[in-house]
Design a protein around this ligand. Structure first.
Ligand code: SF4
Length: 368
């Protein structure tokens, strides 16, 4: 663990924080795209450690949080079909849909199983040949290659009862959508580490070029994040926004070619519905015709009642960086991790869960 320890070294963290303090003269606002970064900045107290010139906002990088209620309702409706097993990753089962959650649906008898990989879902399909096993595919580019691999494997093995409902999303198009909305002025973006391991740094080049916003990809340890913030401050102070990697042990400019090949073998870009943002063109992944047998969206025609958003929940504003969790009237009172109203309080990557866990009812810094 020496390698990770080095990225948590308290003395180095303090030195770097001082360095940022020395260089940061302009008042700037940074967005950490990824929910993992929001949790890491809170867990390690980094928001308090950076100078007051720097404001940090959470973004839409929590796959469970950005899943639109209407899509979650669709999964819940599928779960109620006879002889169907729904498989999915953990957090989504507790997210309230319009009329129920997957957890409540399971309590009423639906067969809903949490898996740790799509390959587990394949095994469930093999063990239950008389049932249809649907994997609710929620995630970003990080998750897409393994889902693609499971579909290829299902085809190779001639599995007839395995399906994927692709709710997968792509990060660069939603970054463009947020910047186009222009609701919150951003000077720099802390780029997602895990997504960038797959797609590399090149797909983000439009951010400084078209919007003049600095962009640096970060890892998840305290030193990674401060190195990233330091690079962002340098870019912004010198008026030279660009794309940099502050996570070189994980990310290469070209990304992971094998993972990208797997993705493009099975998926193609399509519009996707993002909570709080709406339909963003080319920001999702749909299953290509060649693999359509495995596409749950084509195999099961279901219609759900019109979606209803949780009353008073500001997850959409938080995901767009327009608000912080403590600005939601329900935060910590009506909405807590035990009784979540919206997905940002449910998910292990949700901003509301991070604020509640690490700051209680306070803002991480009062001025925010
Ligand atoms: Fe939604 Fe709860 Fe967050 Fe408010 S505190 S935005 S209700 S998840």
């Amino acid at each position: 663990m020496k390698f990770i320890d080095e990225y948590q070294d308290r003395e180095l963290v303090k030195k770097l924080a001082h360095r940022i303090d020395d260089h940061s003269t302009k008042k700037i606002r940074l967005m950490e795209f990824c929910g993992g970064h929001t949790h890491a900045t809170m867990r390690h107290g980094l928001r308090q450690l950076v100078p007051e010139t720097i404001e940090m906002r959470s973004g839409p990088g929590c796959p469970v949080c950005v899943t639109a209620t209407t899509d979650l309702d669709k999964v819940i409706t599928l779960a109620q079909l006879p002889r169907v097993i729904i498989t999915t990753f953990g957090d989504i089962v507790r997210v309230p849909g319009s009329y129920s959650s997957l957890q409540q649906t399971k309590a009423k008898g639906a067969d809903i199983r949490i898996v740790y990989s799509t390959m587990d879902a394949l095994e469930i399909a093999k063990a239950n040949p008389d049932k249809s096993v649907i994997f609710a595919g929620i995630g970003f580019e990080t998750t897409a290659p393994t889902i693609a691999a499971s579909i290829i494997k299902a085809r190779q093995e001639g599995l007839e009862n395995f399906y994927v409902l692709s709710l997968l999303k792509l990060t660069p198009p939603v970054m463009r959508a947020l910047l186009d909305l222009g609701e919150v002025k951003l000077d720099g973006i802390i780029g997602p580490g895990h997504v960038s391991v797959v797609i590399g740094s090149r797909p983000y080049e439009f951010i400084p070029k078209d919007y003049g916003v600095a962009f640096v990809i970060s890892g998840f340890e305290p030193l990674d994040i401060l190195l990233c913030v330091n690079k962002l401050v340098e870019q912004i102070e010198s008026d030279q926004p660009g794309v940099e990697i502050a996570y070189s042990r994980g990310v290469r400019p070209e990304g992971n070619i094998r993972a990208l090949e797997l993705m493009s073998e099975v998926f193609e870009a399509d519009g996707a519905n993002w909570r709080g943002i709406g339909i963003v063109p080319q920001s999702g992944l749909k299953i290509k015709e060649k693999y359509e047998h495995f596409d749950a969206a084509k195999a099961f025609a279901v219609s759900s009642k019109p979606a209803r958003e949780p009353k008073g929940c500001r997850c959409g504003d938080i995901l767009r960086g327009v608000a912080i969790p403590s600005e939601c009237n329900l935060f910590g009172k009506v909405c807590t991790p035990e009784r979540p109203v919206g997905p940002c309080m449910v998910s292990s990557e949700g901003a509301c869960a991070a604020y509640y866990q690490f700051c209680g009812l306070e803002s991480p810094r009062k001025k925010n």
